[in-house]
Design a protein around this ligand. Structure first.
Ligand code: S3P
Length: 173
């Protein structure tokens, strides 16, 4: 039995493919919390896909939409919030994330992330000229200090099943 978390919400951060959505859903089920995914909120509100948003509005437009999604979650309780991997790049988003609740960083080896995200066309940042492994390595170098700064808890997931990661999140929040 997982004890009820002290935090109002649980927020998951980490690179693409780190399991935020899958693990987040499991945590929500374990705790009887609602599962929310900022990428899904954005898609629903925009009425189009993430690659389409990037094409029309650029990455900056997408980041603004992430801020709007986070703002609309302020005041919510008992949610598990999975976020997009780049949400931490904006100072305004970092402030919003800290207000929302207990932040867990799901870490995974970049090779594993590259394997998990391979063949998926929904992530425009991995569709450029640069090979995905190289791009993910670069993104990790840029974002690691931000993930580190924000995380109340970090879970190295390489050796864990998704169920075990979920348990780790639920237990510590
Ligand atoms: C992004 C990660 C994606 C999505 C968008 C940008 C990023 O979410 O928000 O493609 O900048 O790392 P996931 O981390 O859920 O793949």
């Amino acid at each position: 039995q997982v004890p009820l978390p002290r935090a109002e919400n649980i927020v998951l951060i980490g690179l693409m493919g780190s399991g935020k959505s899958t693990v987040g859903r499991m945590v929500a089920q374990m705790l009887g919390f609602q599962f929310v995914d900022t990428d899904h909120m954005i898609i629903e509100r925009a009425g189009c896909s993430i690659p389409e948003i990037f094409a029309r509005e650029g990455e900056a437009g997408f980041r603004l939409r992430e801020s709007a999604a986070l703002r609309s979650l302020l005041g919510s309780k008992h949610c598990v919030i999975a976020t997009g991997g780049g949400i931490v790049t904006q100072a305004r988003n970092r402030a919003l994330l800290q207000h929302l609740g207990f932040i867990t960083w799901l870490e995974a080896d970049v090779k594993l992330l590259a394997r998990r995200t391979a063949g998926n066309n929904d992530r425009p940042l991995l569709r450029g000229e640069e090979p995905p492994l190289q791009k993910l390595t670069r993104l990790l170098a840029e974002r690691k200090p931000l993930y580190k700064q924000l995380a109340d808890l970090r879970i190295q997931t390489d050796e864990l099943s998704q169920q075990e990661s979920a348990y780790g999140v639920a237990e510590s929040a």
